[in-house]
Design a protein around this ligand. Sequence first.
Ligand code: ADP
Ligand code: MG
Length: 870
Amino acid sequence: MAAGRDSGAADTPTMRQYLEFKQQVPDAILLYRMGDFYELFFEDAIRAAEILELTLTSRNKNDPDPIPMAGMPHHALEPYLLRLVEAGCKVAIVDQIEDPAETKARGDKLVARDLVRVVTPAVPWSPDAVDARERCWLAGVAVEGRGGGRLGIALLDVSTGELRVTEVEDAEAAARELAGHAPRELVLHPAVADLAPLAALARGLSTTVPAPAAFDREVAEQRLCEVLHVADLLGYGAAELGPALCAAGALVAYVRDTARVDLSHVTRLDIYAVTGRMVIDPATRRNLEILRPLWGTGRKGTLLGLLDRTATAMGGRLLRDWLSAPLVEVPAIQARLDAVEALQEPSLRASVRARLRLVADLERLGSKVAQGTASARELVALRGSLEALPGLAALVDPLPALAPARCADPLPEIAADIGHWLVDEPPIALTEGGMIRSGVHAELDEVLDLARQGKGAIARMEARERQRTGIQSLKVKHNKVFGYFLEVTQANFDRVPDDWMRKQTLANAERYITPELKDFEEKVLGADERSKALEYVLFTELRQRVAAQVARLQAAARGVAWLDVVASLAEVAATSRYVRPVVDAGDRLEIMAGRHPVVESMPMDEPFVPNDLVLDEGRRLAILTGPNMAGKSTVMRQAALIVLMAQCGSFVPAAHAHVGVADRIFVRVGASDDLAHGRSTFMVEMSETALILNQATRRSLVLLDEIGRGTSTYDGLAIAWAVAEAMHDQVGARTIFATHYHELVSLSEDKEHVSNLHVAVSEWGEQIIFLRRLEEGGASQSYGIQCARLAGMPAAVVARARELLAELERRPRHGPPTRQLGLFAPAPKQAPAPPPGPSPVEAALSAVNPDELTPKAALELVYRLKSLER
Ligand code: ADP
Ligand code: MG
């Protein structure tokens, strides 16, 4: 880049210093402090000027080759930083680290500067820059040896100090695991950065690929030991780990050494096994709208939005984690369900939730305390939260089901320490005093007393002088420039005694000082300054004492977050009429009177119709047919959501549910059903379906919604048919296949474990009425034309479509594939066999109930029958 040149405007001591810093962080936008401004140069200036709408100028305008430059006032740094990071930039901040006066005293011209922080999407300026209920994951991926072996994943949430690691078999699994965490930023080993699944994930994310040395195993262990203050990692059970530690080491280097963020709030290494979790691939995650809606933003219409009644931000974040990674081990699921059940007791639940509301975000407060950025107000909030813990413990401790929430250690001495020192409502600023209680520190009391005495003496003097001079309006005032002074209004100028010294004349007042006043002033101001400085010291000492306990604080926070999540699930269960599912290791799925949790919670014109669904040994594969808009997609998704909720430990929207644990859930939606999402081409649909055939097991739950739709009818039917066969013959997963290809209905004649379901509709003349009822057997026809009519298609077009349909039905065409014919048999060219079954006229007649016909409908029927005549 242009910054490389060393002549002209760039060749000044300042610009040389600038370029040295720039070299350290070439991929970051560099903010360079000059006096009251942060300046940007070269490409950085151009880019930032565009993002921030700053005025672009240039340094050294007369130079033939001027340097582009932009700047922002230093006090406006935070909002600008936020916008740059939101635009996906990394931002490096170079500050002046000495007073320019010191520079002069040294006889130097160049102010000493240092790179103090690099701010990135996952390493924000402050934990407050991240929405309280959002995660802030930075993810690292490393690989064993030179690649080809296992992959290690590390995840660090800088806002809370959580560090977790795991290892997986391949890049596919790594990408899946990462997607579940939705990281804001990636740090990838060069050997994995180009692997397709990871490269796809990295698209659109801020990604750094450091040199392989950053992932060195030994250095990684050393770094982790430093951060965790341990001699070795054996206590964490890390002996078995390889690439996971390398990934964690690279993250520490990135955050601590490059971004220069203090990691004293990282107190544990959490090693987790992906095998204990249900695997949910990104397409399924999206289609089920677990955390994000398919369309739009926010949480409306998502499972998270529905289930999140947590009282604390910690609980909100943990619920997100639970929904992202449901469990597969029955005892672990039962333990959560036990807790939700215990909290069904209304008064217990109400008390628990009321107390949870008193608890602030202990995790992020803990981070700030450990990093030395917590304010006095935040310490007071911390105290209030800690004081709420014993009340929670009294409710929770007697109940074995709530054991994980038991906080053996509510840190009473920390709450007491904060309560002892800090007033209940300290000011925002840390340097203006007013934070420390009186009566807790003798020296502080003495200094404050001096200041108070001085102020009292000044007040007494004011009264005395008022009497002596007879100036009733006489006031002693104070400002930063002149200190204390006596102010006299114009009307009283002639009463001013000789021993006052005039200091300043205003439009209609004069200001005076006296030696006595200046004497008091010195005492007051001196004492004031000393008390403020002393308060600051006492405050930081307190903060350090709390910081030393941050690991205990985090442990307490985990208990509270857990309790908050189960209480939230219990609340939703109670208010939405959910039941406790029966969960076991079998492979039965039985849902009685199940509802779609999100759809039923939305305002609707019609009441939600519950449905039964059983998938078991006899029915591994259900072919689900029914007209458009009948409710096929809804009933399938509701099954998936019920299984997912159950395995998260939640009660479920049904009258009864029996869930044999699923190791994975796959949900695929045919291309044309997902067009608005923009990415679902037919190819994507096919590759996603291929993935299922390769990865699903007998224990999986597979939902295929209109697969094979994005291509021509015969292609589509052929693909749908072959996929269904493969699911049945080879995979054997519990599967529901919703399709508009009625031909698939005949699969059940052939295949032992296939059966048909349809969503029932009834006809009323030319109307169809959606019953929303799931029934055995296949749908008889597709009702496409009735749907078109319902959708407001012009009557003439509907009539023409009817005509064409009748025409098509009269013509030779494929019958449904039969065993004898086989699906791929060529279409009969001539001598069509007579169409099987009743003729169109007969069919239309059999659908009519004469007793229900109005005279007008009867006449219409005659016309219709006439048009169907062969
Ligand atoms: P399909 O997939 O068969 O075309 P959908 O599942 O998309 O149909 O359902 C269409 C609409 O019908 C949904 O948006 C929903 O509002 C409504 N619906 C679906 N199932 C039910 C039900 N069981 N009870 C009430 N309304 C339902
Ligand atoms: Mg559908």
